[in-house]
Unconditional design. Sequence first.
Length: 133
Amino acid sequence: MLYDDEFDFEEEESSKSALIIDDSDINREILSFYLQEQGYETFFAEDGEEGVNSYNNINPSITFLDIVMPKLSGLEVLREIKKINPNAIVIMVSSYVSKHNLQKAKELNANWFLMKPFTKEKLVEIVKRFKRI
C-alpha cells in the first residue's frame, strides 16, 4: 500500500516548461531568469516561425510571446499556437501596445498581456495565475 509520503510531488514541479518567443536577446534572458527562479525549464525561439516549430516540439506549460518579430508576427504565432492547442496558455509580451493589438490578441484568445518593461513581481503574479496543477 502506498502512503502520501511515498509520492514524489517534486517531480511534477520540475516538469514545468516555458517557451519564450522574442527576437530580443535581453528580453529572452530576463524572462528566462525569472521563470527559472519559479522552477520552469525555459526554451527559446528568436522569431515567429521558429516559435511555432518550437511550440510543436516542446508543448510548453506556458508561452511568452512578443508581438513585433521577424518572419511571423506574434499575433500570427498566437493564431497558430491556438490552432495546435486551443487550451495553450499564451502571455503576450510587448512594449508596443495599440488598441488594435490588444483587441486582436483578445480575439485570438491570448490569456494575458504583459507590458514591457515589467517587474519580477508582476511576472511571478501572472505565472502563479496560470500555473497548471
